[in-house]
Write a protein that binds this ligand. Structure first.
Ligand SMILES: C[S@@+](CC[C@H](N)C(=O)[O-])C[C@H]1O[C@@H](n2cnc3c(N)ncnc32)[C@H](O)[C@@H]1O
Length: 412
């Protein structure tokens, strides 16, 4: 049996318990429906139309359950195909779907290299999988081949610099415990972690905590994986190119803007003269702690469909409340945020608080402007100022998903 297949039968990852579905819905990038609409469908998808998605390498179901639950809540006629080669992982994902009473998922066991045998898809999620394939290029190409015209992909691959310390530990552990059975490898690894010398790369990387919080499966996935190849920005863009895919955007574009990391005006100007790809590659090196690249891509030649603010756009806040942002404006005159230790701060006049409290995922920008009674010029200028950092750090997206909601399904 292939060692990666063996690993995910023994250690479905991430470790999840269906009983916990009653307590919370795990959300994130890629594949939040509002976010995928924003990046792939101009924030203007007509959600009354049927939607077919593939979750390729769906694992224990994080992306799957988020997608299926949010689409069900909003009454979208969706079929989501879960595909994974691990039967043990599928059982966990099935248990989670059953706990929520979700009926919009079709479970399949198989190889994502045969994705197109399951039909063609408006959207494909492939999170944390491609870097584990023996032939990742074949994986990228298989996903591309299963897209409908105009469809898109949301994916995540590991990145090298933020995982500093991981790859030398994987090599060290292979040399020390590689011939032991998996559970013995895990025991030795736990003991070794307790006694690492202070100079060890893993110990010096404060941004890595999967081994501390992810249980045995997290430990195995991080340090004992038999096939794990990270992509720097250039390697990622090259892989997309070879698969005839066009890069659309990273989920948090601000993480890839080197000007946010350069204070010297000469260097900022030089960075400003680079291509987008060069900028992103530079930012990755300057910031140093990007562990994964979470991105959206579409078939090459398709029009870029990233949402832009317009009167008809419907903004949503993700992972932050408008009331909290408004309070920060009243108290401190700024909005602040942070992703993996990199923050933003944007000064805003008190007036901006009114816009943020009116954002509910249903009102369009024109609705909000009329509600607060401003002239278009003043409204657009202020909205652009607050939108830029919120978009950069993944906190504001455009989608008509909630506006189009028909009759919401029951929810736990
Ligand atoms: C790290 S887990 C990620 C799971 C899930 N996508 C997530 O983000 O939580 C990788 C998953 O990819 C699956 N996988 C690896 N290679 C595959 C392949 N060729 N076809 C289908 N599934 C695959 C594994 O079985 C495992 O469940």
């Amino acid at each position: 049996m292939d060692p990666v297949a063996r690993q995910y039968e023994a250690y479905p990852y991430p470790e999840r318990d269906p009983a916990e579905e009653a307590m919370r819905l795990i959300t994130g990038s890629p594949s939040h429906p509002v976010e995928l609409d924003h990046f792939l469908f101009g924030g203007a998808r007509d959600w009354s139309r049927p939607f077919r998605a593939l979750v390729a390498g769906g694992g224990t179901g994080d992306g799957l359950i988020m997608l299926a639950q949010i689409l069900a809540d909003n009454g979208v006629d969706a079929e989501i195909v879960y595909l994974d080669m691990s039967v043990a992982s599928r059982h966990v994902a099935e248990g989670r779907a059953a706990a929520r009473g979700l009926t919009n998922i079709r479970f399949e066991t198989g190889d994502l290299l045969r994705a197109s045998e399951y039909g063609s898809f408006d959207y494909i999620d492939c999170c944390g999988v491609l870097h584990h394939l023996s032939d990742p290029d074949a994986g990228f190409a298989a996903l591309r081949g299963a897209l409908v015209e105009g469809g898109g992909i949301g994916a995540m691959v590991y990145a090298p610099y933020g995982r500093a310390g991981v790859y030398e530990m994987q090599d060290a552990l292979r040399a020390l415990v590689g011939d032991d059975p998996p559970e013995v490898q895990v025991a030795h690894t736990k003991a070794l972690i307790q006694s690492l010398v202070p100079t060890n790369g893993l110990k010096r990387n404060p941004f890595l905590n999967d081994h501390a919080h992810g249980g045995d499966a997290g430990l195995y996935d991080l340090l004992l994986h038999s096939r794990d190849r990270p992509y720097d920005v250039d390697a990622l863009f090259d892989a997309l190119e070879r698969a005839d895919l066009a890069f659309v955007s990273f989920a948090t574009p601000g993480r890839y803007d080197p000007r946010l990391m350069l204070s010297d005006p000469v260097l900022r100007e030089r960075a400003g003269a680079l291509t987008y790809r060069q900028c992103a590659a530079l930012a990755e090196r300057l910031v140093g702690n990007i562990k994964v690249h979470c991105f959206y891509a579409a078939a090459k030649g398709a029009l870029s469909r990233i949402a832009e603010p317009s009167p008809a756009s419907v903004p949503s806040l993700i992972g932050v409340s408008g009331a909290a942002l408004a309070e920060s404006i009243f108290k401190n005159g700024v909005i602040r945020g942070e992703v993996d230790g990199v923050g933003f701060q944007r000064a805003l006049p008190k007036d901006a608080a009114g816009i943020l409290t009116a954002v509910d995922g249903r009102r369009s920008l024109e609705d909000i402007r009329r509600m607060i009674g401003w002239e278009p010029g003043r409204f657009n200028d202020l909205f652009a100022t607050l939108y830029q950092p919120l978009n950069n750090f993944g906190l504001m997206r455009f989608s008509r998903l909630k506006r189009a909601a028909a009759k919401p399904s029951s929810r736990l």
